[in-house]
Each structure stands twice: as structure tokens, then as C-alpha cells.
Design a protein around this ligand. Structure first.
Ligand SMILES: C[S@@+](CC[C@H](N)C(=O)[O-])C[C@H]1O[C@@H](n2cnc3c(N)ncnc32)[C@H](O)[C@@H]1O
Length: 227
């Protein structure tokens, strides 16, 4: 298990008393990122690595890029990547990691503050739109993800990796089922202009924060725009 995956298991404590709608604001995420020198490992997510390995590099949009682990990895493989996130603290950190990685990778990366609750990317603009561990409430999610899928060019790829609903109760996470979704549910939001290449709840070894091995599952959807 990578450190990245371990960190995702600690994302929120179960039973947090808060207004759930704050979880998608700049204030919430700036404070979270500001509370620690690194929230995530800086490594690429396994889903992104596995699902993009066979793709020729092109332009990519990394949505909710956080500290930039996925975007940096993609840039290192030749992708021109735009990382977007609601948190400027995260984006500044990602930019520092890119600078440390060297001029070549840095030159392929841009970082822009965007709030997905209001912003939509341009249509048919990216060869790859990738979203890792972005858990929006159901109604917002369907609208946001439809807009993100619209940003993929014909022949391009829409990739989503997330915590599966199978993990609810397995590790401490916000227990609102509305925040979780299967790949099948996501795929149902794509019409016949899409070819579904991967749609699964993919098991991976994890650790319970209180110790002990558990099997976690990632929701993985990869689809290719046919027209
Ligand atoms: C669990 S983190 C995942 C970060 C990164 N994708 C990764 O896998 O390491 C979720 C990310 O979504 C971002 N986010 C939350 N609400 C958002 C919103 N309304 N608009 C854009 N980004 C948002 C957060 O700032 C955070 O970086």
C-alpha cells in the first residue's frame, strides 16, 4: 500500500460534527491543507497510473488535483496538465513540488484555482479528464461530472477514481452514503457517445487507522468518447 492510499483512509473522522456543505469550499480545504505540511504522499494514485499507462500523452485536466501527485506523474510521462482545485494552499504546494521536479515537468503543468460548484471546463478541450477522490453530494456530483465529461475531446478519456461505497463502515469515513458512488452509477450518466473501458469496484490492500489489514475498494471508471 502506498502512503497515498493510507492517507486517503484518514480523510475525515467518522461522526464529524459540521455542516456538510462546507466540505466543498475553499475555506474548508485551505484550512485542511494548512493544518499539515502534506495531506497526501505526493505519489500518483494507483488508479491513474494503471488506467493511463497505455494512453499516448496529450492534454489533461486533473480535477481536484490537491497537492499534485497525479498531475506531476502525468507531466513526467509527457502530458500537458492543467491542475485545478478549490484550495490555493494545495495549488501553491503542488507548484512547489513541480518546481522541485525540474524544468521539464514544471513546463508541462499549470495550476488554477477553480470551484467546481460553479465552474465548468471548456467543452471538447482535453485528451484526458481525470478526477481522483472527489466526493461531492449526489445531486451536485451528477451535474459536475456531466460537465467534466463534456470537456473530453472525441477519442479522449474520462477517468474517475474514488472511494467505493463498499468501504463505508470498513474504515472511518464520512458515513453519508450520498457521497459515494459505484462505477456503474457513474457509467449510467454517460450516453451512447461513450465506450466504457473500465467499470469496477477494484479491491486493494489497506490498513485500518487503528491498525490491522483491511481490503479497500476503489470505484474505477474509464470511458472513451466515441463522438
Ligand atoms: C481527497 S482530495 C484529493 C486530492 C487529489 N485528487 C489526490 O487524489 O491526491 C479532494 C480534493 O478536492 C478539492 N475540492 C473540494 N471541493 C472542491 C470544489 N468545490 N472545487 C474544486 N476542488 C475541490 C479539495 O481541495 C481536495 O484537494
Amino acid at each position: 500500500m502506498s502512503a497515498h492510499e493510507a492517507h486517503h483512509g484518514h480523510q475525515h473522522e467518522a461522526g464529524e460534527a459540521e455542516d456538510p456543505s462546507v466540505r466543498w469550499t475553499a475555506e474548508f480545504w485551505d484550512e485542511r491543507y494548512g493544518s499539515s505540511p502534506a495531506l497526501w504522499s505526493g505519489h500518483v494514485n494507483a488508479v491513474v497510473m494503471t488506467e493511463t499507462e497505455s494512453l499516448p500523452p496529450g492534454t489533461a485536466l486533473d480535477v481536484g488535483c490537491g497537492e499534485g501527485g497525479d498531475a506531476l506523474w502525468l507531466a513526467g510521462r509527457g502530458w500537458q496538465v492543467e491542475g485545478v482545485d478549490v484550495s490555493q494552499v494545495a495549488l501553491d504546494r503542488a507548484a512547489r513540488h513541480a518546481a522541485a521536479a525540474g524544468a521539464e515537468a514544471e513546463g508541462r503543468l499549470t495550476w488554477t484555482k477553480r470551484d467546481l460548484m460553479s465552474w465548468r471546463p471548456p467543452e471538447r478541450a482535453y485528451d484526458l479528464v481525470t478526477v481522483s477522490f472527489m466526493h461531492l453530494p449526489g445531486g451536485d456530483r451528477r451535474a459536475v461530472y456531466a460537465g467534466l465529461a463534456d470537456a473530453v475531446v472525441v477519442g479522449g478519456t474520462f477517468l474517475v477514481g474514488a472511494h467505493s461505497p463498499l468501504d463505508i463502515g470498513v474504515v472511518p469515513r464520512p458515513d453519508d452514503p450520498d457521497l459515494y458512488f459505484t462505477a456503474e452509477e457513474l457509467a449510467a450518466g454517460l450516453d451512447d457517445r461513450w465506450e466504457i473501458l473500465t467499470s469496477e469496484e477494484r479491491p486493494r490492500p489497506g490498513r485500518h487507522p487503528e491498525g490491522g489489514a483491511v481490503t479497500l475498494h476503489d470505484t474505477v471508471l474509464r470511458a472513451r468518447r466515441l463522438r
